[in-house]
Design a protein around this ligand. Structure first.
Ligand code: NDP
Ligand code: OXD
Length: 306
């Protein structure tokens, strides 16, 4: 069995060594233009030339959870596209989102500023009941985040394409219930995949339905958010601020207003990193399962877009 590795912006050697150790019977090579056909590919943002040449692939394994960039390419029609299914990302996402929610809820930015100014001052405790957190996308990452938020006793709402029952989470589903979901939420956490249906989903019309003093946490993709609409709603006072990990253009351009907005916290697409060892173990296991024609989790539906 031949495995080809083609991951942009990724140090290849440790991945190749890990894949070779996990699949000792396979030949694992770094892709070069003109390489012979492989059975499976491990990829991140490969060029179109890669798929134009590798036409015999049975499996394409993405080393991230989001496949929006991959699905823009012409893929071999017979290939099963598989994305990372947690592989250590959900606990990181839960940490990141809980940190952002709690930092905002407990006003830690304000306390930090007070300390810098030499001020010993208290803020009035906020009511947790008034801080319902709405999680958009209740998949592998969203469900873990929703459960983690419940541990801090925030009321949690969830929105997904199909109806979900998660104990303690008020569920909303589909386009028809989006407005009610937003109106029931003060903090909005985005964990949707980027698809034609979800692009620009956080825009003036939707964000203005959040409860007054709302807060936005975007940890999915930059193109879910209309940047100017977010800034306008924060500047008008309807929204209190935002924590953003993902951007339309990454790295975020130096002149983008998000860098300097006092109510926006940014991080460099780091909320849930791909963990190499966990990912290699997951991918190797799935390659072997596919070879044995066994079912695997994380298969992407190219029509649905995730
Ligand atoms: P999943 O595929 O497991 O979950 C996606 C969820 O979104 C599902 O609940 C799905 O609904 C819902 N959904 C999809 N389309 C719609 C729609 N049109 N309307 C309502 N709900 C919809 O994905 P993951 O949880 O694994 O990952 C989510 C995203 O997080 C990734 O696509 C990626 O973009 C991003 N990500 C960001 C990272 C970062 O570091 N910032 C790291 C990893 C991922 P249903 O359950 O009904 O199918
Ligand atoms: C992913 C990401 O999709 O890192 O895994 O954004």
């Amino acid at each position: 069995m031949k495995i080809t590795f083609c991951c942009t912006d990724t140090k290849a050697e440790p991945w190749l060594a890990g894949l070779r150790a996990a699949l000792p019977a396979a030949q694992v090579d770094l892709w070069q233009p003109g390489a012979p056909p492989a059975d499976h590919a491990v990829v991140w943002a490969p060029p179109q030339q890669f798929f134009d040449e590798q036409t015999q692939l049975k499996g394409v394994f993405n080393i991230g959870a989001g496949v929006d960039a991959l699905l823009k390419l012409r893929l071999p029609p017979q290939a099963t596209v598989v994305r990372l299914d947690d592989a250590g990302m959900s606990v990181q996402m839960a940490e990141y989102v809980c940190h952002a929610v709690i930092r905002h809820f407990r006003e830690f930015d304000g306390y930090e500023a007070d300390v810098k100014a030499g001020k010993w001052s208290y803020r009035k405790p906020r009511s947790r009941a008034d801080f319902a957190v709405g999680v958009m996308g209740l998949g592998v990452l969203g469900e873990r985040v929703a459960r983690a938020l419940q541990a801090f006793e925030f009321p949690v709402n969830g929105w997904s394409r199909s109806a979900k029952t998660i104990e303690g989470v008020r569920g909303f589903a589909g386009e028809a219930q989006l407005a009610d979901f937003l109106a029931a939420s003060k903090v909005l956490v985005n964990l949707l995949p980027l698809t034609p249906d979800t692009r620009d989903i956080m825009r003036r019309e939707t964000l203005s339905k959040l409860q007054p003093g709302g807060y936005v946490i975007n940890v999915a993709r930059g193109a879910h958010l209309v940047d100017d609409d977010l800034i306008a709603l924060i500047d008008s006072g309807h929204l209190a601020g935002a924590t953003l990990d993902v951007f339309r253009t990454e790295p975020l351009p130096a002149d983008h207003p998000f860098w300097r907005h006092p109510k926006i916290t940014i991080t460099p697409h780091t909320s849930a990193r791909t963990l190499r060892d966990e990912s290699i173990a997951q991918i190797a296991g799935k390659i072997m399962a596919l070879e044995r024609a066994e079912p695997i989790a994380g298969i992407v539906d190219p029509v649905r877009g995730y």
